[in-house]
Design a protein around this ligand. Structure first.
Ligand SMILES: Nc1nc2c(ncn2[C@@H]2O[C@H](COP(=O)(O)OP(=O)(O)OP(=O)(O)O)[C@@H](O)[C@H]2O)c(=O)[nH]1
Ligand SMILES: [Mg+2]
Length: 302
């Protein structure tokens, strides 16, 4: 009797294996190549930098080959894996300003980036978002570009906020230092410091920014990058590595809706993207949502 029992077991065993061979398979390169190719094209069409696409797809291939999956679910598995890889690359944005505010005030946040990337507008938007709950002072640290101080003062007027400014051409580090002293004296919570737009070639301005950071030791340094810069966002971020930054604001995503810039930035810098600029008005500021971007980039409709 036990013999028949064994036979029964091994028949069952065999039929289960046969069944799983029908429903399951081990992924080979051939199984996923076409799918990966499609995804690669999709990412490139969404303006993800080539280098970033190459690395992501390579990692995905390594992870997937040899994996056992249901035959009907190959495509889903590949897409889900890319989705997860993208969410992994894009660090959790958290709430760095709120966290700094909670750890003791005044909190000093410095905004820097290339010319016209949206620094001053972003400061005004953040001020508008935080001003009901916190006491804010703005620091006109762009003493370089003509009309930059007036631009920040106009935002200050509109929002009912104090702006600390000196003359054009004066020392930006000193302006921000004054703003900090003002905040300490007046018991204000948050200093939002503007700076002049600059790129790596502007040696003097880069030295100035270095001095601003040394003198003022900001709690948070935001790099403000404009999504319209396309693949150049990677270059821009790399130019600020020497100065260093904690987090990223990506602006003008209302004009460039593709989302690739965000993924490229996240991948290349390892820093979180915290806010998105979605227009020119004060309330056109959104918290960045990595899941949402991964959904958009992997969405099969492209
Ligand atoms: N559509 C759109 N426009 C934006 C956004 N953010 C800023 N802008 C516009 O971009 C232009 C430049 O913005 P600013 O805030 O002056 O940029 P900046 O980095 O301070 O510029 P500089 O001080 O000259 O270096 C302005 O016309 C803004 O209205 C955004 O999220 N979406
Ligand atoms: Mg500005």
């Amino acid at each position: 009797m036990p013999m028949f029992g064994d036979l029964k077991d091994s028949i069952k065993d065999f039929s289960e294996k046969a069944k799983s061979a029908v429903v399951e398979k081990e992924l080979s390169e051939d199984d996923i190549d076409d799918l990966l190719w499609d995804l690669e094209m999709q990412l490139l069409q969404n303006n993800v930098a080539q280098m970033v696409v190459d690395e992501l797809i390579e990692e995905l291939r390594d992870d997937l080959v040899g994996k056992t999956v249901k035959r009907t679910e190959v495509e889903t598995v590949v897409r889900d894996s890319l989705h997860d890889a993208i969410v992994d690359v894009l660090k959790d944005p958290g709430e760095p300003i709120e966290e700094e505010l909670a750890s003791g005030t005044p909190t000093e946040a410095l905004f820097m980036g290339f010319n016209g990337s949206g620094k001053t507008t972003t400061i005004a938007k953040i001020a508008a978002a935080f001003k009901d709950e916190y006491e804010i002072v703005l620091a006109a640290g762009d003493t370089f570009r003509s009309a930059a101080i007036d631009q920040l003062e106009e935002h200050g007027d509109n929002l009912g906020l104090k702006v600390i400014s000196h003359d054009y051409g004066s020392d930006a580090a000193a302006v921000i230092y004054d703003a900090k002293e003002h905040a300490e004296k007046e018991g204000k919570d948050l200093i939002l410091a503007d700076t002049a737009g600059r790129s790596h070639e502007d040696t003097n301005l880069m030295d100035e920014l270095d001095k601003i950071c040394r003198v003022n030791e900001p709690d948070l340094k935001f790099l403000v990058v404009d999504a319209l810069a396309g693949n150049d966002v990677v270059n821009q971020a790399e130019q600020y590595e020497e100065i260093g930054f904690d987090a990223i604001v990506l602006t003008k995503v209302d004009v460039d809706k593709k989302g690739g810039a965000a993924l490229s930035l996240g991948h290349v810098t390892g820093r979180p993207i915290v806010y998105l600029g979605t227009g020119q008005d004060y309330d056109d500021l959104e918290r960045f949502n990595p899941e949402q971007l991964a959904d958009d980039l992997v969405d099969s409709s492209g």
